[in-house]
Design a protein around this ligand. Structure first.
Ligand code: ARG
Ligand code: ZN
Length: 466
């Protein structure tokens, strides 16, 4: 049964109630309602992102009072309608909006859960470029993820740890918050003097006055909203340029400095090693934010500059760095494909060990494979973790890496690394799906790999043959 057939048989009023955009659902008679969808269509996070427009650029001006934990924000989004739009949504959770402007005209808005529903004065036509300005304020709080972890704006004793995977961007700025929609960013962040605000990309300017310091950052490569950060704290800053011309900016909480130093020193070598393996580093800036944020429990590959909740070990640095190619430059189109991020970054850790005097990837694979059939590792298949609650578990990370190792064994090292490089370069600054990766691996190797992928990505339980 097709949807248009159903619609044709139900009264207009019912269609309007269902929000199906039937004729005259809103607005003047004869003007069909053309609301942008409240979500980007993700199976795990149906309300993440929005339909009907693409954001090209975010210009975020933020002021954070670290004592009162109060955020004042103004977001200017440069967007383009991909359909006729009588109204559209942004994702924004837990903050109070004081005004919304579309173009030069004030727009009507209302909150509906995590959706900020905006009705512009004039209908936007398909293909029209427009600018949305949202002024907002409040005390940002993280969201609780389906797996019980927290993400978004997480206050710390001296600022905030800001990491938005998978859905936390909406806790601090209004966004089309799904990795399908990538944009460039400007961040102008004002914090009390003595604190440092670190965002993505390059620091363009920094100035102090009246007891506050303002930091202006720019990320000029497309970025998914969840990879944006504005982490604030009392940090020691280190800046230098690598031999490859990458500008490094590291910010380290004093309490983590001693443990972080020997690991951060390796960053240029890690990036150079990964560039050999995966192709040129995709960004102009790099670095790390090493915060002291007990209770967070993870690091995030925020674009150009990962954030760590505490001093990372070398393997974690390798992991977050590998994400710059796999996850950041090449983005997901659906959270279900999360193994394309985590399996790849985990396999980078195995490769790093193999090539730096540690265990071979085969040995690491064997150690995981030795786990009994009832181990958590085999609880669900990485290609379809089943729900948002299972995005960051060992079946995605370790079994995802095992899947790549099986590909490597099947096609040989030469083709395997050609496949990885072709993946990173062919989808650079864009998106990739599992189906596209499977096709690429088969094309580059000339081998049929559907059975292998079916076994390692999609079959429940511990695979038989290894
Ligand atoms: N992508 C991160 C990493 O593996 C993990 C993020 C976990 N996020 C969360 N809300 N638990 O590097
Ligand atoms: Zn990861």
């Amino acid at each position: 049964l097709r949807r248009d057939v159903v619609l044709a048989t139900i009264p207009v009023a019912v269609a309007a109630l269902l929000g199906t955009g039937g004729p005259a659902a809103a607005g003047t008679p004869g003007t069909p309602c053309a609301a942008g969808a409240p979500g980007a269509g993700d199976a795990y996070f149906p309300l993440s992102g929005n339909g009907g427009y693409h954001v090209g650029h975010y210009d975020l001006t933020l002021r954070y009072d670290t004592t009162a934990r109060q955020l004042d924000g103004r977001a200017v989004l440069t967007a383009r309608a991909t359909q006729r739009l009588t109204r559209f949504d942004l994702d924004l959770q837990g903050l109070e909006v004081t005004s919304v402007t579309v173009g030069r005209a004030r727009a009507a808005f209302r909150h509906d859960g995590q959706e900020l529903v905006i009705t512009p004065r004039r209908t936007l036509h398909r293909g029209q470029g427009f600018r949305v300005t949202v002024v907002y304020r409040g005390t940002p709080k993280p969201v609780t993820d389906p797996d019980g972890s927290a993400d978004g704006w997480i206050p710390t004793d001296d600022g905030a740890f800001v990491a938005g995977e998978p859905q936390g961007a909406m806790t601090w700025f209004p966004a089309n918050s799904h990795p399908k929609d990538k944009s460039t960013y400007d961040f102008t962040i004002t914090v009390p003097r003595g604190r440092t605000a670190v965002a993505n990309g390059t620091l363009l300017r920094r100035y102090t006055g009246h007891g506050y310091t303002t930091f202006h950052w720019r990320e000029n490569r497309p970025m998914a909203a969840y990879l944006a950060t504005a982490t604030i704290g009392k940090f020691t800053v280190e800046r230098y340029t690598t031999r490859d011309g990458v500008q490094v900016f590291n910010a380290v909480d004093t309490r983590e400095a001693r443990a972080a130093a020997p690991v951060l020193r390796k960053l240029p070598a890690v990036l150079a090693w990964e560039s050999e393996l995966f192709g040129p580093y995709p960004f102009r800036a790099a670095g790390a934010v090493v915060d002291h944020a007990p209770g967070v429990g993870y690091a995030l590959e925020t674009q150009t500059r990962p954030v760590y909740d505490s001093a990372p070990d070398l393997s974690t640095l390798v992991h977050e760095s590998a994400h710059q190619w796999f996850g950041d430059s090449v983005s997901l189109t659906s959270w279900k494909d999360i193994w394309l991020n985590e399996g790849f970054a985990t396999y980078a850790e195995w490769l790093y060990a193999e090539q730096h005097g540690g265990d071979s990837a085969q040995k690491t694979f064997d150690a995981f494979y030795a786990r009994p059939a009832n181990d958590r590792l085999w609880a669900y298949p990485p290609g379809d973790p089943g729900s948002g609650a299972h995005l960051f578990g060992s079946p995605v990370y370790a079994r995802g890496a095992m899947a790549l190792h099986e590909v490597r064994r099947a096609v040989g090292d030469r083709d395997f690394f050609r496949i990885l490089r072709a993946w990173a370069s062919g989808h650079r600054y864009g998106h990739g799906t599992t189906a596209q990766f499977v096709r690429l691996a088969e094309t580059k190797s000339g081998k049929r790999l559907d059975g292998l992928f079916r076994t390692w990505l999609y079959t429940k339980g511990k695979p038989d043959s290894a």
